[in-house]
Design a protein around this ligand. Structure first.
Ligand code: PMP
Length: 438
């Protein structure tokens, strides 16, 4: 193969690969991971808050004492022991036997990401429409784009997805003769917006989807990371038909194990397992045993409390720093849980164009354009508060505010600089997920 360049392959790519381009901001993220840069860009949980000695010991024993099974192949659906534990975890948020949840209908996946990919494989034909919040999870955009589906964004406000806007979007899609297959939604502590769909809106959104014959894909990695009291029950706790519930241990335990799941309507369960077997044969027996043992022998509820406390303190540090330091005209969401704040910049500032200057000032964030399939979002950015400690968060905001003030001053003197590079209307989302975009 010597002498073959990448270009020689372009004519051979499948159609679904054509939209797969690396994001321009990828290169910047390599720089962003240097220690001198305060990264508000990632989506990484604060793993140092785990009892790593005890977890490490448990992982060692799983190999030395149980290796004959944990290092072997397993079944495609995932172990019954883990699926039972998953039902226990879901019952904490109200998805229980009463709402029809059963280990029979759980499929264990390689993180929440494979769960998303499976749902796309099952339901999306090229050209199908997916309705999704705008902005939405960048990794979901990558999955939908690979399935050659078209994402139509539905706006949110501080109470989450706007039901009237959902109705309008459904009507417009059907008027244009296209077919919307499902609503993809992250109703609780949304990534990237940090907002939560209110109780009242949950019912309305479910009713609207039911009437329109739309499936609901509920992605809920953050529901157990609430800081301020009651969290509305998941959509799946309210309806058993037509709602697929996706979650993961990535944020409540450890993303390195890559264990997530789908709770699917019974009729679909077999198809999901077959699709998953075609992809991965079976989820890792070792990782499943690790999560099962963690949930049966270690104080995981206490650990959840620890994560919540660490993140609440960091969220407060971020909100206080934004309040104290951001230039006038900047607004932001106030998440009741999860990992992210969504900030809206003063008029005319472009988060993508500003990124190189932010990196030079040793601070990183994710430009808002990564979270839209249609090139919108340049006036926004996602800020993560789960990973950096409070003093670093404040320092990061101080640096970011400095960059923004400079941008504002330069715009006043010279007019717009950098140009509206982030606004690529009509172009498929190209910011495919990397570790910094989790
Ligand atoms: N869905 C959402 C909304 C997410 O934020 C993430 C990860 N950040 C995932 C799915 C994927 O999670 P996992 O690491 O378990 O694959």
């Amino acid at each position: 193969m010597t002498g073959t360049t990448l270009d020689d392959y372009t004519d051979r790519y499948a159609r679904r690969v054509r939209g797969m381009t690396a994001s321009e901001i990828r290169a910047l993220f390599a720089v962003a991971s240097r220690p001198e840069v305060v990264s508000l860009a990632g989506g990484a949980p604060y793993i140092a808050a785990l009892p790593l000695d005890a977890v490490g010991e448990m992982l060692g024993r799983l190999g030395s004492e149980d290796g004959v099974t944990t290092l072997q192949y397993g079944i495609g659906q995932g172990t019954l022991e883990l699926r039972e534990r998953i039902c226990e975890v879901m019952s904490l948020s109200g998805i229980d036997v009463g709402s029809g949840a059963s280990p029979e209908d759980v499929v264990v996946t390689v993180g929440g990401q494979q769960a998303l990919d499976l749902v796309a494989r099952l339901f999306l034909d090229p050209g199908d429409v997916v309705l999704a919040e705008g902005p939405t999870y960048v990794g979901a955009l990558g999955v939908f784009q690979a399935a050659q589906a078209q994402v139509v964004h539905v706006p949110m406000d501080e109470d989450g997805l706007v039901p009237e806007a959902l109705e309008l979007a459904i009507a417009e899609v059907s008027k244009s003769g296209r077919r919307a297959k499902f609503l993809y939604t992250i109703p609780t502590f949304q990534n990237p917006a940090g907002v939560t769909l209110t109780e009242e809106r949950r019912e309305r959104v479910l009713d609207i989807c039911e009437r329109a014959g739309l499936l609901v894909i509920e992605d809920d990695p953050y529901g157990q990371l609430g800081f301020d009291g009651d969290v509305p029950a998941p959509l799946r706790a309210r309806r058993r038909d037509g709602v697929f519930y996706l979650s993961t241990f990535s944020k409540t335990f450890a993303p390195g194990l890559r264990v997530g799941w789908i709770l699917a309507p019974h009729a679909v369960r077999d198809k999901l397992v077959i699709a998953s077997e075609a992809q991965i044969l079976c989820p890792s027996a070792y990782a499943q045993a690790a999560v099962t043992t963690y949930l049966s022998t270690m104080p995981w509820r206490e650990q959840l409390k620890t994560y919540r406390e660490v993140y609440r303190e960091r969220r407060d540090a971020l909100l206080t720093a934004l309040q104290d330091l951001m230039p006038p005209g900047t607004t932001w969401t106030r998440p009741g849980g999860g990992l992210f704040v969504w900030a809206s910049l003063p008029d005319g500032l472009d988060s993508k164009a500003m990124m190189p200057r932010a990196i030079a000032a040793r601070v990183a964030y994710v430009p808002g354009t990564g979270f839209y399939a249609d090139g919108n979002g340049a006036g926004h950015m996602r800020l993560n508060f789960s990973f950096p400690p409070p003093d670093r968060i404040r320092e990061g905001v101080r640096r970011l505010a400095g960059v923004m003030e400079q941008e504002i001053a330069m715009r006043q003197v010279f007019g717009a600089i950098g140009g509206p590079t982030g606004r690529r209307r009509g172009q498929a989302g190209s910011d495919t997920p990397g570790p910094d975009l989790a």
